[in-house]
Structures are given as C-alpha cells and as structure tokens.
Design a protein around this ligand. Structure first.
Ligand code: GDP
Ligand code: CA
Length: 323
C-alpha cells in the first residue's frame, strides 16, 4: 500500500540496517518519491573488481535477492569462481559468490567504458528490476580508515579480515575533503518537492559519518528547511549486528539510543528509538518511540510509515507556528 504522502524523501543509508529501512520506504512510497543516498567509503578494489558493499547490499535487498541472514551477498549463491581462486593460491578472505561476481563484472565493464559509479548503479538497478533511485553519495573516491590500537587500518582490513577486533579510536575518511556530492544527490537535496530526510539505522561512525563528510552534507542538513529525522541502530543498548555498540564503548560512551541522537544532535530534529527504550523518551522531546526492530518485511514497512509520519508531524507543527 502506498502512503499518501505529499513530497519526496531522501534517505541516507549504509548496508544491512540501512537497506532494511530502505526496503520499507520502497514498499510505502511511490518509486519517484524516494532517493537513497548510500555510503561508498567501504569500497575498495579486489581481484581487479570495484567492490561497493553498501550499494550492493541496498541493491540486492531492494531486488529481493539478498541473503536473508548473513547481511551481504545474494541468496542461492554458488562459489565455483572463489573455490578455484583459492585452489590456485589467490586471496579468499573476501567472499564473492558467482552471481555477485557477475554483477561486479558488469559494473567493471560499464565503468571501463566511462560510466560513473552513479550511472553504473542506475543500470544495475534497472537490470535487477529495482525502480527506486539508488545514489552513491559521490562518484569520487572516499575511503574509511579506522584508527585503532593496532594502527590505522583500511576499513575492510578492520571489518572483514580482523572482524572488528581491534579497539577503535576514531575514523578518517580519506578523500572526503575534496570529494563532491554527485549532481544527482545535490539535486535530490535541493528538490523543491523534498519533504524530509531520513537517516537510516546504520552505523553512525562507519556508515553515516562518511556520507555526511562529503561535500559539506552535514552542514547542508543542519541548514535544511525540511525535517531531518533518524532511526537509532542501537536497541536496548546493543547493536543488532556489527560493531556500533562496541565502538561506542571504545569511544568512552555507554551505548544507548540516546548516544546516536546526541551524535546527530546538530542536524537531526527527531530520532526514532525502540519501544524497549521508551523510558529514554520520557523527558526528551527529540526522541520518539516506534517499533524499530525489523524482523519481517512488514516491520520494515511499518517503520517506514512511522518515519514518514514523524516527518509530516514536524512539518505540520512548523506550519502551525507560522500561521
Ligand atoms: P553495514 O554497512 O552492513 O554494517 O550496515 P549498516 O551500517 O547500514 O547497518 C548496521 C547497523 O544496523 C547496526 O548498528 C545495527 O544495529 C543496525 N540494525 C540492523 N538491523 C536493524 C533493525 O532491524 N533495526 C534497527 N533499529 N537497527 C538495525
Ligand atoms: Ca558497510
């Protein structure tokens, strides 16, 4: 069912957590009313292929072909290519299934023929039957480096090879200072029909920060006329998946939904937190309680509706003040 909503929405997202809400938004909004702005700072080159983990998680999730449990790659995958790479002594620490490799070969071919990452992503979405607009935040190179007690590590070394074991001290986003938002992302944010911006429940440090670091996006959102809301990736003091809560502890913070809200405090109007954390919202008007744990596709749609309602409520309250 489509939500009768006036305007368009921009959602910022990383991989797993972001993709789930993105799928919810895609269920309740017409395709033209949604622009997904996706992190590319986890990207790297492997086996001569451009790997874009977050873009592909979003793409596969919206296409309904994502692996249901592992949080990356495709369902019903086979492993002939990687098995042979390994047998021949090649690197096998980063898992790429056969179907996944097929997509990477097409992306590589398009980009070698001159397509931008944005254009290649649009074509891949079309080929997978995804109507929603999926936009890499930038076509320039931005690379996350994690500062840890084991040194400064490229993101994939920290995340995949070392399974987030080193103690994190902070992140740097190489290239972010000079990277520009793509024209399509600029347009989406300056769209007169923009109703609001939604920050998906992605890792604030690893997925959202490297989006905000590009082209002054954080300042743009701070100055935005439209409501900006977020969904906390922390439920009951823990992350559903990945190192968000671990990183908070390592940064000296007690993980909670409020930490995310505070972290986005300069540009987010309202943060949706889970029912189990309702007590936090009692005397904090910036926190709104919703069912934020997305187990089923219906949960995703429900949370998407709650996000849209939150945006519409802020818009209405602002209008009421004006008139
Ligand atoms: P990654 O790039 O694949 O690590 O994905 P993201 O950064 O987009 O997502 C990781 C975050 O998603 C983690 O901090 C999780 O706590 C959060 N997350 C995953 N599933 C859910 C969910 O169902 N609800 C909420 N609120 N957060 C979730
Ligand atoms: Ca990611």
């Amino acid at each position: 069912m489509m939500t009768a909503s006036a305007g368009r929405y921009v959602a910022l997202c990383g991989g797993v957590g972001g993709a789930k809400l993105a799928d919810g938004l895609a269920q309740v909004l017409p395709p033209d009313a949604l622009r997904l702005v996706v992190n590319v700072a986890d990207d790297f080159s492997h086996l001569s292929l451009r790997i874009s983990p977050d873009l592909d998680t979003v793409l596969y999730t919206l296409a309904g072909v994502a692996h249901g449990v592992q949080g990356w790659g495709r369902a019903a995958e086979t492993w002939h290519v990687l098995d042979e790479v390994k047998r021949l002594g090649g690197p096998d620490w980063f898992l790429l299934g056969d179907k996944d490799i097929a997509l990477h070969l097409l992306r590589r071919t398009m980009m070698e023929e001159g397509a931008t990452l944005t254009a290649a992503t649009r074509t891949l979405a079309q080929l997978l039957g995804v109507a929603v607009c999926i936009l890499p935040v930038t076509d320039d190179d931005v690379r996350t480096m994690v500062e840890t007690d084991a040194g400064v590590l490229p993101f994939q070394t920290y995340f995949v090879k070392l399974r987030c074991a080193p103690v994190a001290r902070g992140c740097r986003f190489e290239g972010a200072q000079t990277a520009r938002l793509s024209a399509q992302v600029e347009q989406a944010l300056r769209d007169p029909a923009l109703a609001g911006v939604i920050v998906c429940p992605s890792n604030p440090y690893l997925s959202i920060d490297p989006i905000l670091a590009v082209g002054g996006l954080r300042a743009m959102l701070r100055d935005a006329d439209v409501p900006v809301i977020a969904v906390s990736p922390i439920i009951g003091g823990e992350a559903i998946k990945g190192p968000a809560a671990k990183m908070m502890r390592e940064l000296g913070l007690a993980p909670s939904a409020r930490v995310t809200a505070d972290y986005y405090g300069d540009f987010v109007d309202v943060t949706l937190i889970d029912e189990v954390d309702a007590a936090l919202a009692k005397d904090d008007a910036r926190l709104l309680v919703a069912k934020t744990l997305m187990r089923t596709r219906e949960d995703r749609a429900g949370l998407a509706r709650a996000c849209i309602e939150a945006v519409e409520k802020i818009r209405k309250d602002r209008k009421d003040v004006l008139f």
